[in-house]
Design a protein around this ligand. Structure first.
Ligand code: AGP
Length: 608
């Protein structure tokens, strides 16, 4: 998730300053590199945050229009060469992009054959050369951009400038947000309203499949087929912070609400439904070693560890590969037995967690093949592992990890298909999992649409000082993750426990003041969980059951019920974790705590 910002004006404002200022408020979207292009003054790029770009701005860098970008790397390392804006061969067309171009490899090959020279390793650069190629035929900037975009598969929010028409900016949206800002003799284009609000509250949101042709006093919107679109401006009264949070009160809620998009982005270009296969480009370079692997050790910390634990169930049942899951902080001192037939898989949102990183280095010393499931492109773990899978979940700002986990579980399901189909998994099972994975974004959205009920429940139980979370099989790790979410943002005692393990001790804690969250989807161990709930009810313990839609009988047993749509057992954690994230969020918010910056914690733990 990058940030784009563009400006064209007729008044005395320096586009360079307007863009630099706007990029600062978009910095929460990424901080790998930044750059801008002004037709009058040329291009400036830098790695790192906006402050680095400001230092590189030459004196007298001035213009009346320009495009700018803040990068969160997805394709191509976070280098200056890969920083946006990108240009075409002539240097006349400049473009900034937020999103993922799925067919960038095919387009790059086609354009290279036509004589185009590529400078960066990004997916984005194909867009400038594609527009250049169509400009040769169309002789019109707008028509060339429309024709180029009709060839593109994937997601984009873009702003393009053509030096021959310096006050004109073309914006386009497919899957990534784009908003226009309408000011006095000036227009703005941005990924969200946060950089615009300082200048105007009049905005127009583009829809998917639309482009906008923007000049200081005009903006026209067209469909990709050229049809004109009339859309009224809206007045928004958010402050910049609220705009960054997309109008949500906290980044944590915004990131939970991004669940459906995050599943789509993690799956994008990686599922071959008909063949029942997963295509993981990031593992191609070590495909042979992976085929020979006899065992997998997954290592992670906190939420990433619980993702790994869920992956163990998926991989052992559906890929037939023996898996162990280790805490990073323990693994590095445990003298693990590893060899070249062992895959050591590190899971990390930030890619900088010291304990997980040292575990990888230990694995390398012992000859293991090291892989990563990492959200931050270019991070140390992403660079030091032999190969891996990027989550494409976008930057996660809230300290409590939410969307990254949803993406990690989705990536683990893809990895299970990838390894399973090399081993014992049938094409029918592969096709079934692929079909269900593609239905997940909608099912997650159904849960989010019902969040009002979860908020009520959280308010009902907010006085609780203790909470037990129980689950079995695929939802055993989710019980621990649910408890972790509540612990880390509401500061109460919350404990995960295998539902079958309760009677070996934890049941002693239960009484009418000690509620339990029982994760009980209609799966192969449902009946077992029901009997565990009965054990709790026998001790007058209040129970919130997390069940599958259509299961009415559980209402007679539990005090309260939260529902999730039906899906395959292997994928149920991707759904059951969402109500638990929402419950913890509303619980902590009701307590008035700073949900995004909980006490005593850091987003990335880079020390031991
Ligand atoms: C989870 O909400 C916490 N922020 C924490 O447990 C986190 O999962 C852990 O520190 C691992 O971080 P990583 O995924 O960036 O490696």
């Amino acid at each position: 998730m990058c940030g784009i910002f563009a400006y064209t004006g007729k008044n005395s404002k320096n586009a360079g300053e307007v863009l630099l200022d706007g990029l600062s408020s978009l910095e929460y979207r990424g901080y790998d590199s930044a750059g801008m292009f002004l037709p009058e003054s040329g291009v400036v790029k830098s790695t790192g945050a906006v402050s680095h770009l400001r230092r590189k701005m030459p004196a007298g860098y001035f213009g009346k229009s320009g495009i700018a970008h803040i990068r969160w790397a997805t394709h191509g390392e976070p280098t200056e060469q890969n920083a946006h804006p990108h240009k075409d061969c002539t240097g006349d067309i400049w473009l900034v992009h937020n999103g993922i171009i799925e067919n960038h490899k095919e387009l790059r090959e086609k354009l290279s054959k036509l004589g185009h020279t590529f400078i960066s390793t990004t997916d984005t650069e194909v867009l400038t050369h594609l527009i250049e190629e169509h400009l040769k035929k169309e002789k019109d900037f707008e028509q060339a951009t429309l024709a180029a975009l009709r060839e593109v598969k994937g997601t984009y929010g873009i702003a393009v400038e053509y030096v021959a028409e310096p006050d004109k900016i073309i914006a386009a949206r497919m899957g990534s947000p784009v908003v226009l800002g309408l000011g006095e003799h000036e227009r703005f284009v941005a990924s969200d309203a946060s950089p615009i609000l300082k200048h105007t509250s009049q905005v127009v949101f583009l829809e998917d499949g639309e482009i906008a042709v923007v000049t200081p006093d005009r903006h026209e919107i067209f469909k990709l087929d050229g049809a004109k679109v009339d859309r009224l401006a809206e007045k928004i009264d958010w402050n910049v912070e609220a705009a960054q949070r997309g109008g949500y009160q906290h980044f944590m809620l915004k990131e939970i609400m991004e669940g459906p998009e995050v599943v789509k982005n993690t799956l994008r270009g990686r599922l071959l439904e008909k063949e029942g296969l997963a295509k993981l480009g990031g593992l191609e370079s070590v495909a042979d070693e992976i085929k020979k692997a006899q065992r997998m050790v997954i290592v992670g910390c906190g939420t990433a560890y619980y993702a790994g634990l869920t992956g163990e169930y998926m991989l052992e049942e559906h890929a037939g590969i023996p898996v162990e899951v280790e805490l990073g902080s323990e693994f590095r001192y445990r003298h693990p037995v590893l060899n070249p037939e062992t895959i050591l898989l590190a899971i990390s949102q930030s890619g900088e967690t010291a304990d997980t990183l040292e575990a990888i280095r230990e694995g390398k010393r012992r000859g293991a093949l090291t892989l990563g499931i990492v959200n931050t492109v270019g991070s140390t773990i992403a660079r030091e592992t032999d190969a891996g899978i990027h989550n494409h979940a976008g930057p996660e700002i809230g300290v409590a990890s939410t969307k990254a986990l949803v993406s990690q579980l989705t990536a683990l399901a893809l990895l299970t298909m990838f390894l399973g189909r090399q081993r014992s998994m049938s094409i029918e099972t592969g096709q079934e999992i692929a079909r269900e994975l593609l239905l997940l974004p909608e099912k997650v959205q159904t849960i989010l649409d019902g969040r009002g009920k979860i908020e009520k429940l959280a308010k009902k139980y907010v006085k609780s000082r203790d909470f037990l979370y129980i689950g079995r099989k695929y939802n055993y790790p989710i019980a621990f993750e649910g408890a972790l979410k509540l612990k880390e943002i509401s500061y109460i005692h919350a404990e995960g426990c295998g539902a079958g393990e309760m009677k070996h001790g934890p049941l002693a804690m239960i009484d009418e003041h000690f509620p339990t969250m029982a994760i009980a989807p209609s799966d192969s161990v449902y009946e077992k969980v029901v009997s565990n709930i009965e054990e709790i009810k026998a001790r007058k313990g209040p129970v919130i059951a997390l069940a599958t839609e259509g299961n009415d009988e559980i209402k007679d047993l539990a005090d309260d019920v939260m529902y999730v749509p039906k899906t395959l057992e292997i994928l149920s954690p991707i759904l059951t974790i969402v109500p638990l994230q929402l419950f913890a969020y509303y619980f902590a918010r009701e307590k008035g705590y700073n949900v995004d910056r909980p006490r005593n914690l850091a987003k990335s733990v880079t020390v031991e």
